[in-house]
Design a protein around this ligand. Sequence first.
Ligand code: GLP
Length: 265
Amino acid sequence: MEILIRKDYAAMCDEAAGLLAEEIRRKPALVLGLATGRTPLGVYERLIRLHKDGKLDFGRVRTFNLDEFISLGPDHPRSFHHELRTHFLDHVNIPRQNIHSLVGLIHNVEHYCEVYERKISAAGGIDIQIVGIGRNGHIGFNEPGSSLGSRTRPKTLAEETLADHRKAFPPGEEVPRFCVTMGIGTIMEAKRVLLLAAGAEKAEIVRKAVEGPITAAVPATVLQVHPRTATILDEPAASKLESARYWKWIDENKAKLDEIARPKE
Ligand code: GLP
């Protein structure tokens, strides 16, 4: 796992947006897995800015959303589909037909999830998947105990996840208890994963995810066996890492190692 620690949220977002922009320039028809939550918002802002400045073309990019609340339609302001549209997709030139969302208002959820998996395969698989991390270690909505080989499916949300989402919903409106989420197996098949975490309240779970034993009890730990995961953290989120000094040392030497490993012709 590559661990990049940046001094604050802005620097973390600069790093992540730079990495994504580089991937899109290298492969204009990139298949991008999108996550919601507060953490990636600054990354989306930077990608939009690059696009508006004429420095990044999304004209061939294809996207797949990571998860969604069951029972919220795509226009519901708290649906992840709506969030991704307002914070990212409506501001860049990704063709509508290239945008794939898990929709929360569907009749046969299980069948729908199978079709979603087939669409990902038909696109050639996800090139780079953005994920955040829940306080209980979930990635997407794969709550503790989720099978590490799971596929896209409906799930019941943990009580602490419902509590975390409570403040985003108006008083009187219940947080949906059920969701659809890409599975851990689905996420693990992405060619590259970008795990983002910011803020001191994520420090303990980040320590477990990065340095703890691999266990379904902390779903994000599975990324330790993914061949190409970049974890980008701000200092507060990295503050409980026992090996922070080591990760910084590796990062400081990265450019030099790249030169040796991939010499320019
Ligand atoms: C939700 C989403 C996750 C996200 C997590 C963390 O539960 N399903 O995909 O990673 O929240 O959100 P935040 O970035 O706001 O801390």
